[in-house]
Design a protein around this ligand. Sequence first.
Ligand code: COA
Length: 260
Amino acid sequence: MAYQTILFEVRDSVAFVTINRPDKLNALNDQVVEDLRDATERIATDASIRGVLITGAGSKAFIAGADIGDLAKQGPFDGKARALRGQAVLRRLETCGKPVVAAINGFALGGGCELALACHIRVASENAKFGQPEVKLGIIPGYAGTQRLPRLVGKGVALQLILGGEMIDAQEAYRIGLVNKIVSQEQLLSEAEKLLRGILAQGPVAVSLALEAVERGLDTTLDEGSNLEANLFGLLASSRDMKEGLTAFLEKRPPKFEGR
Ligand code: COA
């Protein structure tokens, strides 16, 4: 599929996804969400893609939120449908089985912050700004920000951001655990890619199952999550990668993983 609002390129097993509406600060209109829906499906199902890096076009914004023009036209039923569509796309990304890194290059507001929350790791440039400003517009987050933000930073801090609607800078986002790392604007993409490729150098089956254990486990009780972990831990014993990883350690050589 040819995309209208995103750039999609696969290089050395990594899908580089760029939200590409810089004149509108990469706001998520319905077409962006549709393009992302197709792209996430491709990411999840194309075995040649092993990891994902998501960023925004231009130097000012990652994504400045859902497109306020679209929201202004919605009634209750299409409003709910829009939220469900966006939530499904973000969930597909989060559970695609491959590591997803967000390179946050400016404003990450509303739906932009929510998309970043659905990524597994967030790297921010020094000029990044974060916020859930929906209440200032008389709405609430609709792409599961009310659910993922408290899971990531805790209920109190999440409520402060969601109820106050104020923006925070990259340092504060780092302090509360919203981002994993801050780098200069110039180094953002290279550092984010380096981090992602570091993950891709590990045992691919192990990386995928570790993601599954965390993503699925967080939604269950401690006992159920631990049981899921034990099952996946056991499943890995049938992989050639486990045999290779352990043997390579014992033979004092680097492992050669096959992803099987
Ligand atoms: N939806 C639609 N358009 C948006 C947008 C959004 N979420 N955010 C920015 N834009 C558009 C602006 O309307 C403007 O378009 P125009 O040039 O056709 O008028 C363009 O992007 C540039 O934005 P502008 O507001 O001029 O830039 P700024 O540097 O003065 O301010 C922000 C930057 C991010 C503070 C400001 O754009 C803003 O508050 N955006 C909305 C953020 C928000 O509430 N997001 C949550 C939505 S649910």
